[in-house]
Structures are given as C-alpha cells and as structure tokens.
Design a protein. Structure first.
Length: 201
C-alpha cells in the first residue's frame, strides 16, 4: 500500500507529465488523522520524491523537517472546516487557468459526468498567493463547492481521496476545453433541472 508521501509525489509527477501544472507550481495534500501531508515548497514537480513531502500539524508545526508549500494554509483551513475532505489538489492546467485569468465562468451542467463529479464551480477572488487572506477566501468558497477557480491564479479541487481529486482536475480541464470549443461553434446547452435532479438520485 502506498504511503501519503508516495501518493503525493506520484500524482504531482502525473500532473506535470500531463501538462496540468508547471514544474514549480501547484501542490497536493492528503489528510492523515491529526496531521496532513503536503508537497514541499519550491520543488520541481518532475523530480519530486516521497522525501519532498512535509507533514504538518493543524497548529502549523512542521513534523518532519520538510518546508511545506507556501500555500499550506489553504489546505489546513479546508481540512479543519470540511471533515469529509481527505485530498486537495491545486494546479495550473492551461485552459482552466486561462479562464481564471480572464474571469470567465464555467458551467459544469453541460455534461452529466462533469456535473456529477465537479458539482457547481465556485470562484475565489484574487489575493496574494501564500497569504492567509487567500486561504480564507478559498476556504469560504470550499464551504459550498469542491471545484474552485482562483481568479488570476489557478484551480483547486477537493475530494474524499487522491484518485478522485486527480480525476476532477482532468475533468475540469476537459470542461474548459469543451467550453472554449462550444463558444467558437455555437451556444451552450446545459442539462435541464429535471436531468440534474435525476443525477442526484
């Protein structure tokens, strides 16, 4: 069975290899009982290994001597407010980030798969990366959504496990690409309220 540190390094490499984040951007965390694991600050995602993962307490103590991502406070606040969330991915997929940079909105209701896995997408106002202000803004959005576009920054997804969180990043990027194509060929056709209710059953 893979450890949390192994899973974080594995999925960050996968994000980088798929072009869903750049070598020095993005981070992943996983909850573990009374602490959480998060990728190291400033680590090249193409070279990350399990030793490059910090273990943090909820009082901001570093438990294993590895410096955490500068955005660790986003992860901490979400874990403290959402007990069912065990995995968080922050990344910079090109199409989705382009929408975040241009303040464009996405509608997951155009596809049953996207709506069921992404839910309604939230939008976090810009604040300085790594700041407590940004962490509080994102955490407020996370109270109502598991998929968040961070304006002028990137994206963040929350899930019960790392496998689903990674899938959400791929789906979000696909949704954004499809939205871009739809804008060039016609008009979006969201699912009806009846169809959305059926998906919730």
């Amino acid at each position: 069975m893979e450890t949390n540190s192994q899973l974080i390094s594995k999925y960050l490499k996968r994000l980088y290899q798929r072009g869903l984040t750049t070598c020095f951007s993005g981070n992943i965390s996983l909850r573990e009982l009374d602490s959480y694991f998060i990728s190291q600050a400033g680590i090249d995602k193409s070279q990350i290994e399990k030793k490059n993962v910090a273990q943090m307490s909820y009082s901001d103590d570093i438990l294993n001597g590895v410096e955490p991502s500068s955005e660790y406070q986003i992860h901490r606040l979400i874990y403290q407010s959402r007990s069912e969330i065990n995995a968080i991915i922050h990344a910079h997929p090109p199409f989705s980030t382009a929408f975040a940079l241009s303040n464009q909105k996405l509608d997951s209701r155009i596809s049953s798969e996207m709506y069921k896995n992404l839910g309604i997408i939230a939008y976090a106002d810009y604040a300085k990366p790594g700041s407590l202000e940004l962490a509080r803004i994102v955490c407020q959005c996370a109270a109502e959504s598991n998929t968040i576009l961070m304006m002028n920054h990137g994206v963040i997804v929350l899930s019960e496990n790392i496998h689903q969180a990674y899938y959400m990043i791929e789906l979000l990027e696909q949704l954004t690409e499809m939205t871009y194509i739809i804008k060039s060929i016609g008009q979006q056709q969201p699912l009806s309220e009846k169809h959305l209710r059926e998906l919730a059953l």
